[in-house]
Design a protein around this ligand. Structure first.
Ligand code: NAD
Length: 396
């Protein structure tokens, strides 16, 4: 395929292309962080990451493979490159990760397909049986707006809405850099049920049942499912909204799985991670503005973490073999401890109240949010020549 110059195509919180060399450089930087953090701590073993190509899942794939030298199979659903279009960022990330792993003698494999489907579960089971059994670590980091139900083929969509009452929130118009207000109508019972069907625990329990019945889990397996709680300013749209109810369902499933795994020495734990800029979080109304405020405060206090920093900390402090995870009152790991610190959240609440288009440049760092957002797609990565034409047809 001819080489081309790739520039970002962004509207609002959507970016429709990705830069292959930028994604590769971003993955390389994360691998370097992981190798540095993991030196002398090579635990080995086998891992499976579901939702492994971007955000927290990518960080988990990298942490497992390059910090702890585990053999890790990554599952994700990404668009490959075509004649006219670049691939998605997650595709280029996975390709870059697999290439580096090959060079460094780290064993990884990738399955690109719909993790909700029976076919992909079968393919993954087969792959695990041949190359990654028994699994010592399973990470569930799926974030999807849609699920084609594997039993009846029905397409189910999740919604990001409040539950019970309408909710008016400040938000940001990312194309005009303006603070505006939106009112979201409450979800219908059907929308709530659909969101739980997409992002709740049903798919996770199907994965674990299939892996367990196939005898592919090590007795001391650790399952980690990622969740979010966040501060009160985001609760009506997150924790007590449709997505929060789905997360509550996921957390319930994780607890049930914990009870089933414990007798043999396994654990199933929820890790409540901090809010970070990812494709999934940028789509939630109000969250980009929250991140622009909170990340400025965290950065000023020296507390800001990217997903890779947080996941390396999760592995080192809670998840690697031999470590006992410290848990909150509800039995969850809290990686959002820095975000949720009282001094941080008091300032967030104060600035949230005061923020307008005029005060935006002082109270928040919108440019830093946009920089992080572009980085997700391989743009604005240090050392990459964006004037140079690149091959977009990369093999996975
Ligand atoms: P993300 O959008 O960066 O990644 C989602 C991943 O899921 C990608 O690898 C994608 O390919 C994969 N995926 C989506 N649909 C799929 C399908 N049908 N089959 C296979 N793979 C599929 O998301 P993220 O923000 O990193 O979120 C990952 C998890 O972390 C979610 O559970 C989310 O709730 C949780 N979390 C996110 C934040 C945050 O601020 N971003 C905070 C706390 C917890």
């Amino acid at each position: 395929m001819p080489l081309e110059i790739v520039s970002p195509r962004i509207r609002g919180f959507i970016c429709t292309n990705a830069h292959p060399a930028g994604c590769a450089a971003s993955v390389d930087a994360q691998i370097r962080r992981a190798e540095k953090a993991g030196s002398g701590d090579r635990t080995g073993g086998n891992g499976l990451v579901i939702g492994a190509s971007t955000g927290y899942g990518l960080a988990s794939w990298i942490a497992g493979a390059f910090a702890h030298r585990m053999s890790v199979l990554g599952v994700f659903f990404e668009r490959p490159p075509s004649e006219k279009k670049t691939a998605t960022a997650g595709y280029y990330n996975a390709a870059a990760l697999a290439r580096r792993a090959g060079e460094k003698g780290v064993r990884v494999a990738a399955v690109n397909g719909d993790a909700f489907s029976h076919a992909v579960k079968r393919e993954v089971l087969d792959r695990v049986r041949r190359e990654f059994a028994p699994l010592d670590l399973v990470i569930y980091s799926l974030a999807s707006p849609v699920r084609v139900h594997p039993d009846d083929g029905r397409t189910i969509r999740s919604t990001l809405k409040p539950v019970g009452n309408p909710y008016t929130t400040k938000t940001i118009d990312l194309d005009r850099d303006r603070v505006t207000e939106i009112t979201l109508e409450p979800a219908s019972p059907e929308e709530i049920a659909d969101t739980v069907a997409v992002m709740g625990g049903d798919d996770l329990s199907r994965w674990m049942r299939a892996l367990s019945e196939a005898g592919l889990l090590a007795p001391q397996v650790r399952l980690l499912a990622y969740s979010y709680v966040g501060p009160r300013v985001t609760w009506p749209i997150y924790r007590t909204g449709t997505i929060g109810l789905a997360k509550a369902d996921l957390e319930k499933t994780a607890r049930e799985l914990d009870a089933a795994l414990k007798p043999a020495g396994g654990r199933s734990l929820v890790s409540v991670n901090a809010a970070v800029v990812t494709q999934a979080s940028s789509a939630i109304p109000g969250v980009p503005l929250y991140l622009a405020i909170a990340n400025k405060i965290l950065s000023e206090k020296g507390l800001l973490e990217r997903p890779i920093d947080q996941i390396l900390r999760l592995f080192a402090d809670h998840a690697r073999p031999g470590k006992t995870a410290s848990l909150d009152d509800e039995g969850r790991i809290r990686m959002d401890d820095r975000e949720m610190r009282q001094d941080v959240q008091e300032l967030v609440a104060e600035r949230w109240r005061a923020i307008t288009t005029d005060t935006l440049p002082v109270l928040a760092d919108l440019q830093a949010f946009k920089h992080e957002f572009r980085r997700l797609f391989g743009f604005e990565i240090d050392g990459v020549d964006y004037q140079a034409p690149v091959e977009i047809d990369v093999a996975l």
